[in-house]
Design a protein around this ligand. Structure first.
Ligand code: HEM
Length: 155
């Protein structure tokens, strides 16, 4: 009883971490749009981005353990579950959108670690739009998850 409950609680708590991190990352990008040289905002952007990465790893580990760990339901309940695939498609979309921001922030970190100021101003508008779309999708996923958990579309 304890293990599935802890796994479930962890999985849902990651939502708070992930949602908070992607929201904060969007705020910091907007701060940088106002003042691209602001190194404090850049540092805080890296923090939010780091937490977003941790959330992704925790979602995947706790989620896959719940699918294949046989803690509560069989893997078949999910693999033959339309809303599980909707959820995985939404999560995959977040990953695809994340590729450009991830590469950009790695480049900015490297530039900063070498003591030079990263070219922050270059594509901020695009990064803000990508971040906002990821936030919107993360807000959608819990609805697919709740329908999935209740077996609303089993085949
Ligand atoms: C690889 C990624 C993921 C996998 C494999 C996964 C898998 C699962 C599984 C197996 C459950 C248990 C459902 C049940 O009780 O039968 C679950 C529940 C849930 N997942 Fe995920 N998940 C993933 C990512 C996410 C993400 C990114 C979010 C949020 C943005 C999320 C939000 C939720 C929520 C809110 C529930 C609880 C649903 C409910 O009981 O009503 N999951 N997930």
């Amino acid at each position: 009883m304890i293990a599935p409950a802890v796994l479930s609680a962890l999985h849902v708590l990651v939502l708070a971490l992930g949602l908070g991190a992607i929201f904060a990352r969007g705020r910091r990008l907007r701060d940088l749009r106002r003042s691209p040289e602001d190194s404090v905002s850049l540092g805080r952007l890296f923090q939010a981005d780091g937490l977003w990465g941790v959330a992704a790893l925790l979602w995947i580990t706790s989620g896959l353990l719940r699918v294949f760990g046989r803690f509560e339901k069989t893997p078949d309940f999910y693999l033959r579950n339309g809303f599980f695939w909707v959820k995985m498609a939404l999560f995959g979309l977040v990953f695809a959108i994340e590729i450009l921001p991830m590469i950009t922030f790695i480049r900015w970190r490297i530039a900063r670690s070498r003591g030079s100021a990263p070219a922050v101003g270059a594509n901020l508008a695009l990064l803000i739009a990508l971040n906002d779309s990821e936030l919107a999708i993360v807000l959608l996923i819990p609805f697919a998850a709740a329908l999935m958990a209740r077996g609303a579309w089993l085949f």
